[in-house]
Design a protein around this ligand. Structure first.
Ligand code: SF4
Ligand code: SF4
Length: 383
C-alpha cells in the first residue's frame, strides 16, 4: 500500500486543517451508511479517517478524491468529526506532491485555467461578460444597489448563460440598480480549495476581495450556492464581511416587498432539488419553495429525499471536473427520483446540479420526460 507514513508533513497537514478531530471518531460507521457513494459503489470515509489518524492514508488512489463534500455525514456524526476538512487536508497533501490519479487529472487543467484566466473552464478573462451583450447590464459602479457576481459557469457555459440572462431580466423587471464586474470578476475559489488547491483559492479570494473593496461593493447577489458559501463562510477568514444574497432569497424578498410581480401562469407539476451548498451547508430551504408556490399553476411535489436529506448531484468538492463512470453517478438516481414524483420540471438553483441533471436527463426514455430548470428560468417566464 502507498502511504503517507512516515511523513511528518502529513500529520502536520492534518493538524493545520483542524483535523485532529480524527481522534474523536469511534468508528461507528454511521457516516458510511449516509454517504451517497455506497449507493453506487463501496466507499468508506470511516476507513479513511481511521487511516488518517495514523498518517497511513493511501494518497495515490482515487478514494481520497471521492467525497463530494455533500455535508451528509458531518450532519449525523455523533462525535463531531470534520470529515470534509480531513478529506480536503489529504487532497492538499496529494496535490502538493502532484499525485492526481487519471480520473482526477482534469483538476490540473481547471487549476491552470484558474491561474491564467480566473475561471476553471478555459474561457478567456476578456469574454467573461459576453453573455450580457445586448442586454441592459451595466458595469458595477460604487453607489449601485447591488453587485451581481455572476460566477464562472453562468458566464461561460452555454446552458448556464441562459440562467444569467434570466437573472438580469428579473433584476431589471424589479427595477434594481445593479452592475457586474465583467473581466474583473474571478472565480470564488470554492471548488479548487476543496480539491486541495489552497494557494489558488487564496489568490482568487484576495483578488475578488480587493476588487469588491476598490469598487465600494456592499451587497452581493450570487446565482451559485458555491459562491454563496465561500463569500459567507470562507472569505471572513480574510477579515472581511459583505452582505451576500442568493438569487432564491432575493426573489423571495422582491415578491414580499411588492417589487416583483408574478403575472403569468405556469400550470406544471414541479419538484425542487435542494443543492447541498444551498440547503445542508447554508440552511436555505424555504425561499426557493416560497418562490415556486407563488407562481400560479405550479404544483410543487417533494421528492422522497428532500431538504436536509436531499441527495447530492455528485458535483461538489471539485467532482464536477472529475470523471465519474455512468453507473456511479448520483445524478442519475436523483433524476429517477424526480421522475417518480410525476413532476414535469425539476427545478434547482446550482450550476453543478443543473449540469449533472441535464446530462442524466439524456438517459431517460424520451428526452421530454423531465425538464431541468433553474429557479430564475421559472420566474422569468411569469414576469
Ligand atoms: S459517523 Fe463520525 S464517529 Fe462514526 S465512524 Fe463516521 S466519523 Fe467516526
Ligand atoms: S460529505 Fe458526503 S460525500 Fe463526503 S464522505 Fe460525507 S457523506 Fe460521503
Amino acid at each position: 500500500m502507498d502511504t503517507t507514513a512516515p511523513f511528518a508533513e502529513a500529520i502536520e497537514e492534518f493538524k493545520k486543517a483542524g483535523s485532529e478531530s480524527t481522534k474523536l471518531c469511534f468508528q461507528c460507521g454511521k457516516c458510511d451508511v449516509y454517504c451517497p457513494w455506497n449507493r453506487v459503489r463501496p466507499f468508506s470515509i470511516r476507513k479513511i479517517i481511521r487511516e488518517a489518524t495514523f498518517g497511513l492514508t493511501e494518497i495515490e488512489g482515487e478514494d481520497i478524491w471521492r467525497c463530494t463534500t455533500c455535508g451528509s455525514c458531518p450532519a449525523i456524526c455523533p462525535r463531531g468529526v470534520g470529515q470534509i476538512e480531513i478529506g480536503v487536508a489529504l487532497r492538499r497533501f496529494a496535490a502538493e506532491y502532484g499525485m492526481f490519479p487519471e480520473s482526477v487529472s482534469a483538476v490540473r487543467n481547471a487549476s491552470a485555467s484558474l491561474v491564467a484566466e480566473g475561471n476553471p473552464l478555459s474561457g478567456s478573462r476578456q469574454s467573461r461578460a459576453d453573455w450580457a451583450e445586448g442586454l441592459a447590464v451595466k458595469p458595477f459602479e460604487e453607489g449601485m444597489e447591488m453587485l451581481y457576481f455572476v460566477g464562472c459557469y453562468f458566464s461561460y457555459d452555454p446552458r448556464l448563460k441562459k440562467v444569467a440572462v434570466a437573472t438580469a431580466n428579473i433584476l431589471n423587471k424589479a427595477g434594481i440598480d445593479f452592475g457586474i464586474l465583467g473581466s474583473k470578476e474571478s472565480c470564488c475559489g470554492e471548488s479548487i480549495r476543496k480539491t486541495g488547491g489552497e494557494q489558488e483559492f487564496r489568490t482568487l479570494a484576495k483578488e475578488n476581495i480587493k476588487t469588491f473593496i476598490d469598487h465600494g461593493v456592499k451587497r452581493i447577489l450570487v446565482s451559485s450556492p458555491h459562491c454563496y458559501h465561500t463569500f459567507v463562510n470562507e472569505y471572513p477568514e480574510f477579515m472581511v464581511h459583505f452582505e451576500v444574497v442568493h438569487i432564491s432569497q432575493l426573489i423571495t424578498e422582491l415578491i414580499r416587498d411588492g417589487r416583483l410581480e408574478l403575472k403569468g401562469e405556469l400550470p406544471k407539476k414541479v419538484t425542487f432539488h435542494d443543492p447541498c451548498y444551498l440547503g445542508r451547508h447554508n440552511g436555505i430551504y424555504d425561499e426557493p419553495r416560497e418562490v415556486l408556490n407563488t407562481i400560479d399553476g405550479v404544483q410543487l411535489i417533494e421528492m422522497k429525499e428532500s431538504r436536509n436529506n436531499s441527495l447530492c448531484c455528485g458535483g461538489g468538492g471539485g467532482r464536477i471536473w472529475m470523471e465519474t463512470p455512468k453507473e456511479e453517478r448520483f445524478s442519475d438516481i436523483r433524476v429517477q427520483q424526480a421522475v417518480a414524483t410525476g413532476a414535469e420540471i425539476m427545478v434547482t438553483s446550482c450550476p453543478y446540479c443543473i449540469t449533472n441533471f441535464e446530462e442524466s436527463r439524456l438517459s431517460l426514455e424520451g428526452d421530454d420526460v423531465l425538464e431541468i430548470r433553474d429557479i430564475t428560468e421559472m420566474v422569468n417566464e411569469v414576469i
